[in-house]
Write a protein that binds this ligand. Structure first.
Ligand SMILES: NC(=O)c1ccc[n+]([C@@H]2O[C@H](COP(=O)([O-])OP(=O)(O)OC[C@H]3O[C@@H](n4cnc5c(N)ncnc54)[C@H](OP(=O)(O)O)[C@@H]3O)[C@@H](O)[C@H]2O)c1
Length: 252
Protein backbone atom coordinates (compact mmCIF):
# COMPACT_ATOMS: atom_id res chain seq x y z
CA UNK A 1 0.00 0.00 0.00
CA UNK A 2 1.40 3.40 -1.00
CA UNK A 3 0.53 5.72 1.92
CA UNK A 4 1.69 9.33 1.80
CA UNK A 5 1.16 12.44 3.94
CA UNK A 6 -0.76 15.39 2.54
CA UNK A 7 1.63 17.57 0.51
CA UNK A 8 3.26 19.96 2.97
CA UNK A 9 2.41 23.65 2.69
CA UNK A 10 0.20 23.09 -0.38
CA UNK A 11 -1.56 26.29 -1.43
CA UNK A 12 -4.23 26.03 -4.12
CA UNK A 13 -4.59 28.94 -6.52
CA UNK A 14 -7.95 30.72 -6.36
CA UNK A 15 -8.96 29.44 -9.80
CA UNK A 16 -7.51 25.91 -9.41
CA UNK A 17 -10.79 24.22 -10.36
CA UNK A 18 -12.06 26.77 -12.89
CA UNK A 19 -14.07 25.02 -15.63
CA UNK A 20 -14.10 21.70 -13.78
CA UNK A 21 -17.26 19.76 -13.03
CA UNK A 22 -16.97 17.70 -9.85
CA UNK A 23 -19.46 15.33 -8.25
CA UNK A 24 -19.35 14.96 -4.46
CA UNK A 25 -21.30 12.22 -2.67
CA UNK A 26 -22.57 12.97 0.82
CA UNK A 27 -22.34 16.67 -0.01
CA UNK A 28 -24.96 17.78 2.50
CA UNK A 29 -22.96 17.43 5.70
CA UNK A 30 -19.56 16.98 7.30
CA UNK A 31 -16.48 16.58 5.12
CA UNK A 32 -18.51 16.30 1.89
CA UNK A 33 -20.22 19.63 2.53
CA UNK A 34 -16.87 21.32 3.24
CA UNK A 35 -15.40 19.77 0.08
CA UNK A 36 -18.32 20.92 -2.07
CA UNK A 37 -18.10 24.49 -0.74
CA UNK A 38 -14.29 24.51 -1.11
CA UNK A 39 -14.34 23.16 -4.68
CA UNK A 40 -16.98 25.74 -5.65
CA UNK A 41 -14.94 28.53 -4.05
CA UNK A 42 -12.03 27.47 -6.31
CA UNK A 43 -14.16 27.72 -9.44
CA UNK A 44 -15.71 24.26 -9.86
CA UNK A 45 -19.26 23.49 -10.85
CA UNK A 46 -20.21 21.05 -8.13
CA UNK A 47 -22.81 18.31 -8.37
CA UNK A 48 -24.14 17.84 -4.85
CA UNK A 49 -25.25 14.24 -4.36
CA UNK A 50 -26.82 13.01 -1.13
CA UNK A 51 -29.90 11.57 0.48
CA UNK A 52 -31.30 14.57 2.43
CA UNK A 53 -32.67 17.17 0.04
CA UNK A 54 -32.93 19.98 2.62
CA UNK A 55 -29.21 19.69 3.46
CA UNK A 56 -28.21 19.67 -0.22
CA UNK A 57 -30.44 22.70 -0.87
CA UNK A 58 -28.75 24.57 1.98
CA UNK A 59 -25.32 23.88 0.43
CA UNK A 60 -26.67 24.93 -2.97
CA UNK A 61 -27.91 28.23 -1.48
CA UNK A 62 -24.57 28.87 0.23
CA UNK A 63 -22.67 28.34 -3.04
CA UNK A 64 -25.09 30.47 -5.04
CA UNK A 65 -25.14 33.36 -2.57
CA UNK A 66 -21.32 33.39 -2.51
CA UNK A 67 -21.40 33.94 -6.30
CA UNK A 68 -19.62 30.70 -7.17
CA UNK A 69 -20.54 28.62 -10.27
CA UNK A 70 -24.14 27.39 -10.12
CA UNK A 71 -24.16 23.88 -8.63
CA UNK A 72 -26.58 21.02 -9.25
CA UNK A 73 -28.41 18.85 -6.72
CA UNK A 74 -28.92 15.08 -7.08
CA UNK A 75 -31.03 13.46 -4.39
CA UNK A 76 -30.00 9.81 -4.26
CA UNK A 77 -30.12 7.29 -1.42
CA UNK A 78 -27.04 5.12 -1.86
CA UNK A 79 -28.55 2.49 0.44
CA UNK A 80 -31.08 1.63 -2.25
CA UNK A 81 -29.52 2.99 -5.44
CA UNK A 82 -30.03 0.87 -8.55
CA UNK A 83 -28.03 0.45 -11.73
CA UNK A 84 -30.86 2.15 -13.64
CA UNK A 85 -30.63 5.24 -11.40
CA UNK A 86 -26.88 5.43 -12.03
CA UNK A 87 -27.39 5.12 -15.78
CA UNK A 88 -30.03 7.86 -15.61
CA UNK A 89 -27.65 10.09 -13.62
CA UNK A 90 -24.84 9.51 -16.12
CA UNK A 91 -27.14 10.37 -19.03
CA UNK A 92 -28.34 13.54 -17.31
CA UNK A 93 -24.76 14.67 -16.61
CA UNK A 94 -23.73 13.83 -20.18
CA UNK A 95 -26.57 15.97 -21.52
CA UNK A 96 -25.87 18.90 -19.19
CA UNK A 97 -22.08 18.92 -18.83
CA UNK A 98 -20.69 16.49 -21.43
CA UNK A 99 -17.94 15.30 -19.09
CA UNK A 100 -16.91 14.91 -15.46
CA UNK A 101 -13.54 16.15 -14.20
CA UNK A 102 -13.78 14.96 -10.62
CA UNK A 103 -15.59 12.37 -8.51
CA UNK A 104 -15.28 12.45 -4.72
CA UNK A 105 -16.64 9.30 -3.12
CA UNK A 106 -17.26 10.63 0.38
CA UNK A 107 -20.66 9.38 1.61
CA UNK A 108 -20.44 6.55 4.11
CA UNK A 109 -22.29 5.11 7.05
CA UNK A 110 -20.69 3.94 10.27
CA UNK A 111 -23.02 1.01 10.97
CA UNK A 112 -22.86 -0.97 14.18
CA UNK A 113 -19.93 -0.72 16.56
CA UNK A 114 -20.01 -4.16 18.18
CA UNK A 115 -18.27 -7.54 18.11
CA UNK A 116 -18.71 -9.73 15.04
CA UNK A 117 -20.39 -12.36 17.20
CA UNK A 118 -23.38 -10.08 17.85
CA UNK A 119 -23.36 -8.11 14.56
CA UNK A 120 -26.53 -8.15 12.45
CA UNK A 121 -26.56 -9.06 8.77
CA UNK A 122 -28.93 -6.17 7.96
CA UNK A 123 -26.51 -3.58 9.34
CA UNK A 124 -23.57 -5.33 7.65
CA UNK A 125 -25.37 -5.23 4.30
CA UNK A 126 -26.29 -1.55 4.62
CA UNK A 127 -22.68 -0.56 5.29
CA UNK A 128 -21.39 -2.63 2.37
CA UNK A 129 -24.13 -1.27 0.10
CA UNK A 130 -23.48 2.42 0.86
CA UNK A 131 -19.71 2.30 1.40
CA UNK A 132 -18.74 -0.20 -1.32
CA UNK A 133 -21.44 -1.32 -3.76
CA UNK A 134 -22.77 2.20 -4.46
CA UNK A 135 -19.20 3.36 -5.14
CA UNK A 136 -18.86 0.61 -7.72
CA UNK A 137 -22.17 1.46 -9.42
CA UNK A 138 -21.44 5.19 -9.58
CA UNK A 139 -17.85 4.68 -10.74
CA UNK A 140 -18.84 2.07 -13.33
CA UNK A 141 -21.44 4.31 -14.95
CA UNK A 142 -19.62 7.64 -14.60
CA UNK A 143 -16.36 6.33 -16.12
CA UNK A 144 -17.30 7.30 -19.70
CA UNK A 145 -17.86 10.89 -18.51
CA UNK A 146 -14.53 10.88 -16.65
CA UNK A 147 -12.86 9.52 -19.78
CA UNK A 148 -14.25 12.51 -21.68
CA UNK A 149 -12.26 14.88 -19.44
CA UNK A 150 -8.73 15.90 -20.46
CA UNK A 151 -7.63 15.41 -16.81
CA UNK A 152 -9.93 13.70 -14.34
CA UNK A 153 -9.56 12.75 -10.69
CA UNK A 154 -11.39 10.08 -8.72
CA UNK A 155 -10.95 10.33 -4.96
CA UNK A 156 -12.12 7.66 -2.54
CA UNK A 157 -12.48 8.18 1.21
CA UNK A 158 -10.69 5.71 3.43
CA UNK A 159 -10.03 5.52 7.15
CA UNK A 160 -7.36 4.37 9.58
CA UNK A 161 -9.42 1.21 10.13
CA UNK A 162 -9.27 0.58 6.37
CA UNK A 163 -5.53 -0.03 6.68
CA UNK A 164 -5.35 -1.88 10.02
CA UNK A 165 -8.38 -3.69 11.39
CA UNK A 166 -9.57 -2.90 14.90
CA UNK A 167 -11.96 -4.69 17.27
CA UNK A 168 -15.64 -3.67 17.05
CA UNK A 169 -15.28 -1.66 13.83
CA UNK A 170 -16.84 -4.54 11.87
CA UNK A 171 -18.39 -3.82 8.50
CA UNK A 172 -17.17 -0.20 8.46
CA UNK A 173 -13.52 -1.28 8.69
CA UNK A 174 -14.03 -4.04 6.11
CA UNK A 175 -15.74 -1.56 3.77
CA UNK A 176 -12.78 0.80 4.03
CA UNK A 177 -10.33 -2.04 3.23
CA UNK A 178 -12.52 -2.69 0.18
CA UNK A 179 -12.37 1.01 -0.68
CA UNK A 180 -8.56 1.01 -0.56
CA UNK A 181 -8.60 -2.13 -2.73
CA UNK A 182 -11.04 -0.68 -5.24
CA UNK A 183 -8.88 2.43 -5.53
CA UNK A 184 -5.80 0.31 -6.26
CA UNK A 185 -7.57 -1.87 -8.84
CA UNK A 186 -9.06 1.10 -10.67
CA UNK A 187 -5.86 3.14 -10.54
CA UNK A 188 -3.86 0.23 -11.95
CA UNK A 189 -6.39 -0.32 -14.76
CA UNK A 190 -6.44 3.32 -15.81
CA UNK A 191 -2.83 4.31 -15.18
CA UNK A 192 -1.45 3.89 -18.68
CA UNK A 193 -4.61 4.10 -20.71
CA UNK A 194 -6.42 7.23 -19.62
CA UNK A 195 -6.18 10.72 -18.15
CA UNK A 196 -7.87 9.58 -14.96
CA UNK A 197 -5.95 9.46 -11.68
CA UNK A 198 -7.40 7.53 -8.75
CA UNK A 199 -6.42 8.02 -5.12
CA UNK A 200 -7.70 7.73 -1.54
CA UNK A 201 -7.84 10.19 1.31
CA UNK A 202 -7.92 9.13 4.94
CA UNK A 203 -9.35 12.26 6.59
CA UNK A 204 -8.21 11.29 10.09
CA UNK A 205 -10.22 12.26 13.16
CA UNK A 206 -12.41 15.17 12.04
CA UNK A 207 -15.18 16.99 13.86
CA UNK A 208 -18.36 15.70 12.16
CA UNK A 209 -21.56 13.87 13.09
CA UNK A 210 -19.91 10.55 12.21
CA UNK A 211 -16.95 11.18 14.50
CA UNK A 212 -19.31 12.29 17.28
CA UNK A 213 -21.36 9.08 16.83
CA UNK A 214 -18.22 6.92 16.97
CA UNK A 215 -16.73 8.75 19.98
CA UNK A 216 -19.65 10.28 21.92
CA UNK A 217 -17.54 11.03 25.01
CA UNK A 218 -14.86 12.93 23.08
CA UNK A 219 -15.02 16.75 23.15
CA UNK A 220 -15.72 17.74 19.50
CA UNK A 221 -13.11 20.48 19.72
CA UNK A 222 -10.35 17.83 20.06
CA UNK A 223 -10.38 17.40 16.29
CA UNK A 224 -10.01 19.73 13.31
CA UNK A 225 -13.08 20.89 11.46
CA UNK A 226 -13.65 19.59 7.90
CA UNK A 227 -12.54 22.99 6.55
CA UNK A 228 -9.14 22.53 8.14
CA UNK A 229 -8.33 19.35 6.16
CA UNK A 230 -9.27 20.58 2.67
CA UNK A 231 -5.69 21.03 1.38
CA UNK A 232 -5.26 17.46 0.13
CA UNK A 233 -8.79 17.44 -1.33
CA UNK A 234 -7.92 20.50 -3.43
CA UNK A 235 -4.53 19.05 -4.36
CA UNK A 236 -6.07 15.82 -5.65
CA UNK A 237 -8.97 17.48 -7.49
CA UNK A 238 -6.78 20.06 -9.21
CA UNK A 239 -4.20 19.46 -11.90
CA UNK A 240 -1.30 20.02 -9.48
CA UNK A 241 -1.69 16.27 -8.81
CA UNK A 242 -1.61 15.28 -12.50
CA UNK A 243 0.17 11.93 -12.80
CA UNK A 244 -0.34 11.02 -9.13
CA UNK A 245 -2.33 7.80 -8.90
CA UNK A 246 -2.71 4.74 -6.68
CA UNK A 247 -1.81 6.63 -3.50
CA UNK A 248 -3.62 6.66 -0.16
CA UNK A 249 -3.10 10.11 1.39
CA UNK A 250 -3.41 11.07 5.04
CA UNK A 251 -5.22 14.40 5.26
CA UNK A 252 -3.65 15.05 8.66
N1 LIG B 1 -15.08 12.27 10.52
C1 LIG B 1 -14.04 11.47 10.71
O1 LIG B 1 -13.36 11.53 11.74
C2 LIG B 1 -13.66 10.48 9.64
C3 LIG B 1 -12.50 9.71 9.83
C4 LIG B 1 -12.13 8.80 8.85
C5 LIG B 1 -12.89 8.66 7.71
N2 LIG B 1 -14.02 9.41 7.54
C6 LIG B 1 -14.78 9.25 6.30
O2 LIG B 1 -15.03 10.54 5.73
C7 LIG B 1 -16.25 10.50 4.98
C8 LIG B 1 -17.16 11.61 5.43
O3 LIG B 1 -17.47 11.39 6.80
P1 LIG B 1 -18.11 12.51 7.74
O4 LIG B 1 -17.38 12.39 9.02
O5 LIG B 1 -18.20 13.80 7.04
O6 LIG B 1 -19.55 11.86 7.94
P2 LIG B 1 -20.99 12.54 8.12
O7 LIG B 1 -20.86 13.85 8.78
O8 LIG B 1 -21.82 11.47 8.74
O9 LIG B 1 -21.43 12.76 6.62
C9 LIG B 1 -21.68 11.67 5.76
C10 LIG B 1 -22.44 12.14 4.57
O10 LIG B 1 -22.79 10.97 3.81
C11 LIG B 1 -24.17 11.00 3.52
N3 LIG B 1 -24.77 9.69 3.41
C12 LIG B 1 -24.82 8.73 4.35
N4 LIG B 1 -25.57 7.70 3.92
C13 LIG B 1 -25.98 8.01 2.68
C14 LIG B 1 -26.80 7.36 1.72
N5 LIG B 1 -27.38 6.20 1.98
N6 LIG B 1 -27.03 7.96 0.55
C15 LIG B 1 -26.49 9.17 0.28
N7 LIG B 1 -25.72 9.86 1.16
C16 LIG B 1 -25.47 9.28 2.34
C17 LIG B 1 -24.77 11.74 4.70
O11 LIG B 1 -26.06 12.22 4.34
P3 LIG B 1 -27.03 12.89 5.46
O12 LIG B 1 -26.41 14.20 5.77
O13 LIG B 1 -28.31 12.99 4.75
O14 LIG B 1 -27.02 11.95 6.62
C18 LIG B 1 -23.74 12.83 4.94
O15 LIG B 1 -23.95 13.94 4.09
C19 LIG B 1 -16.82 9.11 5.18
O16 LIG B 1 -16.45 8.30 4.10
C20 LIG B 1 -16.15 8.62 6.45
O17 LIG B 1 -16.09 7.22 6.51
C21 LIG B 1 -14.41 10.31 8.48
Amino acid sequence: MNIQPAPAHYRATADLLHDKTILVTGAGDGIGKAAALTFAAHGATVILLGRTESKLDAVYDEIESAGHPKPAVVVMDLASVTEEQCLHLAQGLADEFGRLDGLLHNASVLGERRPVESATYAAWQEVMQVNVNAQFLLTRHLLPLLQASPSASVVFTSSGVGRAGRAFWGAYAVSKFATEGFMQVLSSELENTSNIRVNCINPGATNTSMRNAAYPAEPPTNNPSPNEIMGVYLYLMGDDSAGVTGVSFDAQ
